[in-house]
Design a binder for this molecule. Structure first.
Ligand code: NAP
Length: 303
């Protein structure tokens, strides 16, 4: 399948920066044009070599591109799609990396002309950092990139984008958008909300115990604070646009929490032990699938 000749990255933060660097690493010869809202981000993206050239408008950045990837927060995808639509080259593929699929597709698709292909995607890879300094070439290595084409999507355009993501290091799977949104509500969105909540609780407690929560924070809490430091704009938009699936999972979470609470109150050690045995097996499954390291502290380097 032919490589793209000109890729336009709209938004130049963690994901777009990692795409640009992974393209270079893969030896792709495509020209990379980019757009970011702020002059500071555009300057940094050029300094780091994330893109070959940067434009002050998304419309200018997409001219002549055969692949356009929207890498902005979920809540602004629709407005940017509307802006670039009249400037897209005939036959181009438009994709995105949004963490939510159904609503993002509804926001983008109506703006696109008939002569372009729309192939939505979501790389399941990220860190708690954001902005043009945070991207790195190996971000997608061995991580899944989920594609959510609809029945109308051109199979060749889909395959070409699958090949592209594989060259960036990712494993690729396809599924429908609603299923995607439920899966990520379980694996990513609800866990982030729980981390935000737990850190909020500790913050309240800190007022009682002064700095103890920070000084004595153990591994579990530290991991929550890492997750809860993720970009506020990105995560606000994720929850506002994956409302139904997130609320469904949080409802189930609350039921489980009550069951565990009851087991603690009634001294039901067997229930707790069985539960924790089951969850430990899930962790082993993730390691066996190559999606995390078994090293203590998740393999992170000590500060
Ligand atoms: P990021 O590092 O915060 O970068 C976002 C980029 O979008 C920046 O270049 C920013 O420009 C631009 N932007 C923000 N608001 C904008 C607006 N209103 N109009 C125009 N441009 C705007 O974000 P990211 O982590 O790369 O995330 C990008 C997308 O990838 C999101 O849809 C997110 O859901 C998805 N995603 C994220 C992760 C993750 O873990 N971070 C993983 C998978 C998918 P300025 O710098 O000039 O403000």
């Amino acid at each position: 399948m032919a490589e793209y000749k000109h890729v336009a990255l709209i938004g130049l933060g963690l994901i777009a920066g990692s795409i640009g660097l992974a393209m270079r690493r893969a030896g792709m010869t495509a020209r990379i044009s980019g757009y970011a809202r702020s002059a500071a981000t555009r300057a940094r993206a050029l300094e780091r070599g994330l893109v070959d050239e940067c434009f002050e408008s998304a419309a200018e950045a997409v001219v002549g591109a055969d692949l356009v990837i929207l890498c902005v927060p979920v809540g602004v995808m629709g407005a940017l799609a509307a802006e670039i639509a009249p400037h897209l080259a005939s036959g181009a593929t438009v994709s995105d990396v949004g963490s939510v699929k159904a609503e993002v597709m509804e926001a983008i698709a109506p703006h696109l002309p008939d002569n372009v292909h729309f192939v939505p995607a979501h790389p399941l890879a990220g860190t708690e950092h954001s902005g043009p300094d945070s991207g790195f070439a190996s971000l997608f290595d061995n991580r899944w990139c989920l594609m959510t084409p609809d029945e109308g999507s051109d199979p060749e355009a889909v395959q070409r984008l699958i090949d592209y993501w594989r060259a960036l290091g990712a494993r690729v799977d396809t599924m429908d958008a609603a299923h995607h949104d439920l899966v990520v509500a379980v694996t990513s969105h609800a866990p982030h909300l729980i981390a935000y909540t737990m850190v909020g609780v500790a913050d309240d407690l800190k007022r009682v115990t002064e700095s103890e929560v920070i000084n004595y924070s153990a591994g579990g809490f530290r991991d929550f604070t890492r997750i809860a430091s993720s970009d506020p704009t990105m995560w606000r938009d994720v929850f506002l646009h994956n409302k139904a699936a997130t609320l469904e999972i949080l409802g189930r979470f609350t039921e489980e929490l009550f069951a565990l609470q009851r087991a603690i109150r009634t001294g039901d050690g067997d229930m707790l032990h069985d539960y924790f045995t089951r969850t430990r097996a899930i962790r082993r499954g993730i390691i066996d699938a190559g999606q995390d390291s078994a090293a203590p502290d998740f393999g992170r380097v000590k500060p």
